[in-house]
Design a protein around this ligand. Structure first.
Ligand SMILES: N[C@@H](CCC(=O)N[C@@H](CS)C(=O)NCC(=O)O)C(=O)O
Length: 211
């Protein structure tokens, strides 16, 4: 049994989607980050950085914060969604790190400046809009002629990026400008585990791009 500490955000949903895909039993503990629950002593003991998501694996006693570390842990624990052949493994890790170090943080800042706090900083709006579109271009090139981001298969690299792309409208992105990303996004949106994982911790429909 895995305890999942989460909230309805892209980083939180990465882990509920992975747990659903892997069919692992888990118990959800919502951490309302709008109410400051991430700063409680109980949660800080599991997630010293005071951010969701975090897990506690009751089978091993291991607790983890950081969505990338958790995805690697779950992949390694189950032998699924993380290829073991060196070339495929490292390609998967490379695109996971790309999401964690670039795509996710940039899209997160784009949400702040372009959606939630427009008008606060012209410089930041321009910077994050430009970098967001550049990164979508990188992903679109990577997906040219491919069904999935890395290793020729559905992996934790897809699971890491997909929930962020789900918020494309908030990031001023029209997915029709990135046709390979659009096809990939819709392919993954159809997966029952993705729909179930998106609905954690609150029921919600997977966002579909405007026609
Ligand atoms: N690098 C972390 C980022 C986690 C993160 O930014 N979590 C946000 C929600 S998506 C959060 O908990 N925010 C609460 C806060 O900043 O106080 C990861 O990938 O897990």
């Amino acid at each position: 049994m895995i305890d999942l500490y989460t909230w309805a955000t892209p980083n939180g949903r990465k882990i509920s989607i992975a747990l659903e895909e892997l069919g692992l039993p888990y118990e959800v503990h919502p951490v309302n980050i709008n109410e400051g629950e991430q700063r409680s002593a109980e949660f800080t003991a599991i997630s010293p950085n005071q951010k969701i998501p975090a897990i506690l694996d009751r089978d091993t006693g291991i607790s983890l914060m950081e969505s990338g570390a958790i995805l690697l842990y779950l992949g390694q624990k189950t032998g699924s969604l993380l290829p073991t052949e060196p070339e495929e493994y490292w390609e998967t890790v490379q695109w996971l790190m790309w999401q964690k170090g670039g795509f996710g943080p940039t899209l997160g800042l784009a949400l702040h400046y372009l959606k939630f706090h427009r008008g606060k900083s012209e410089y930041s709006e321009a910077r994050y809009e430009k970098e967001t579109h550049r990164l979508y271009g990188v992903l679109d090139s990577q997906l040219e002629g491919k069904e999935y981001i890395a290793a020729g298969q559905y992996t934790i690299a897809d699971i890491a990026s997909w929930p962020w792309v789900a918020r494309h409208e908030f990031q001023t992105v029209d997915l029709h400008d990135y046709p390979n990303v659009l096809t990939w996004y819709l392919r993954i949106a159809e997966r029952p585990a993705v729909q179930a994982g998106w609905s954690v911790p609150v029921p919600d429909a997977v966002p579909l791009p405007r026609q």
